[in-house]
Design a protein around this ligand. Structure first.
Ligand SMILES: C[S@@+](CC[C@H](N)C(=O)[O-])C[C@H]1O[C@@H](n2cnc3c(N)ncnc32)[C@H](O)[C@@H]1O
Length: 245
């Protein structure tokens, strides 16, 4: 367990440099393993196979007690993501940025029967861990994990997977892609009146070009939900934007 100075807990930029660069590098070097591999080991040790909420809990415990990881986390997850999924009751969901499958499991466990979640991840090592986390949680039949870049796969969604439109899109990949991929989804006809975009980390690390667009476009009704960067006390939040057609 690491003793973390207050400045790191409350300052998003410092928190990211500390947890996501320095500590990760030190632990990877000392253990000759990767953070996703260590997170997967915690799931296998602590979570009950076939119980998605126990998988979410095991990952949150690992991140609170052992090491930080870039999952949406329990605070934003339970207070915002879960509520938006439940309210929207989506039949077809797109997640941009799977990482280890934490939010994938959260979302999938709340979907109505026959709903489908497509999740995109371009890092093959992360995707390999996510597949195992998703399988352990018992939600694999609802999830299609696609390995590749969002910019390459969004235009293929209709043709390759028979998607008509998405009811809900969770944007949680690299922040400089939020705006580009939103415009791409519009161009590809993947949004319909009432489609909900939910974007994580719009404060930390931040996606200013996306916020400027989504808050000022007459095609969206947008709302900010204040929260904290996962597993810290630094400011962050999610933006929920409804496409008006
Ligand atoms: C913040 S993590 C996702 C966390 C995950 N949604 C969760 O809450 O558990 C971002 C992930 O997006 C992936 N990624 C970044 N840009 C991407 C892109 N353009 N296409 C596909 N995956 C991308 C990264 O490799 C990383 O694993």
């Amino acid at each position: 367990k690491w003793v973390i100075p207050g400045a790191v807990q409350y300052h998003g930029g410092l928190a990211l440099i500390w947890h996501d660069v320095i500590v990760e590098w030190i632990l990877d070097t000392l253990t000759q393993s990767t953070r996703p591999q260590r997170l997967l080991a915690a799931v296998h040790k602590k979570a009950t196979r076939g119980n998605p909420r126990s998988v979410v809990k095991a990952i949150d415990e690992f991140c609170n007690q052992n090491e930080w990881a870039m999952n949406v986390g329990n605070e934003k997850g339970s207070e915002i993501l879960d509520s938006v999924v439940s309210e929207t009751n989506p039949g077809c969901v797109l997640e941009l940025g799977t990482y280890c499958g934490y939010s994938t499991v959260r979302i999938a466990s709340l979907l109505p029967p026959h709903a489908q979640l497509i999740t995109l991840e371009f890092n093959p090592d992360n995707a390999a861990v996510a597949r195992q986390v998703i399988a352990w949680a018992g939600v694999a039949e609802k999830v299609r994990l696609v390995e590749g870049e969002s910019g390459e796969w969004i235009p293929k969604m209709k043709e390759q997977f028979g998607v008509k439109t998405f009811d809900l899109v969770f944007l949680d990949h690299w922040k400089n892609r939020y705006l580009l991929d939103t415009k791409l989804m519009e161009e590809c006809g993947l949004l319909k009146k009432g489609s909900v975009l939910l974007a994580d980390n719009v404060v930390c690390p931040g996606a200013p070009d996306y916020l400027e667009y989504i808050r000022n476009s007459p095609q969206y009704k947008s709302q900010f939900f204040k929260s904290h960067l996962e597993y810290t006390k630094a400011e962050d939040g999610l933006e929920k934007s409804v496409f008006l057609g």
